[in-house]
Ligand binder design. Structure first.
Ligand SMILES: [Fe+2]
Length: 210
């Protein structure tokens, strides 16, 4: 394919980078259930997506005025993984929470602050540490590698968008958060969207090669 054809295909099929992540992850979860391998081999797939611009449809990068938004981009039919966009406006942040499954958090736009927690006698306790995640950064979460944190928007007036991969249909997973008193409460996050992006209309790209 010529350079011009490649450019035309990208214009005709802007969602291709997300489809390629989904295809790669589908093959990966079919090949292994080993968490360490899933995280090691999933990371470069997510990194490739984060390195590309303009593939995320606007509706899935929309800021909510009241709190951060989480938009499901794809869920594996067997719920072995999902891909979610999180959109943070200035002042938005999560409660302290866990995930209960493996996951990867990658920054597509802007930056996030992550406050670190550790478990002591089964209770999440702030370490006092925090770190900034910026465009292209990826970190893993899971009960094995560290599962509790608090995440918030960082840096300026622009929205932050992060792309998350989890080893389940995360919006329907029973999880835990801390309330203002430090008590642990159950929660199920859900999603903010009722429709998914269309990953599968490859017709224009196919026509471009005819
Ligand atoms: Fe999280």
């Amino acid at each position: 394919m010529s350079g011009l054809q490649t450019q035309q295909t990208q214009l005709a099929d802007p969602i291709a980078p997300l489809r390629e992540l989904v295809t790669g992850l589908t093959a990966l979860v079919g090949a292994t259930q080993d968490e360490a391998r899933l995280l090691a081999e999933g990371r470069p797939l997510l990194a490739r997506l984060l390195a590309q611009e303009d593939w995320l449809p606007e509706a899935f990068a929309a800021v909510r005025p009241d709190r951060y938004a989480q938009y499901l981009l794809h869920c594996d039919p067997l719920e072995r993984f999902c891909v979610v966009s999180f959109v943070w406006g200035p002042g938005h942040g999560t409660p302290v929470h866990d995930h209960t499954v493996w996951g990867m958090v990658g920054i597509l736009r802007g930056s996030e602050r992550c406050e670190e927690y550790t478990l002591q006698a089964g209770q999440p306790v702030a370490t006092g540490g925090q770190h900034l995640m910026q465009r292209g950064d990826i970190e893993a979460v899971s009960p094995r590698v560290g599962d509790w944190h608090r995440v918030s928007h960082a840096g300026g007036d622009a929205a932050t968008v992060s792309i998350h991969v989890y080893g389940a249909n995360i919006g329907a997973v029973r999880r835990h958060r801390l309330d203002a008193t430090g008590a642990t409460l159950p929660f199920v996050s859900g999603y903010d969207n009722t429709q998914l992006p269309n990953l599968w209309d490859r017709s224009a790209a196919v026509r471009a090669t005819c």
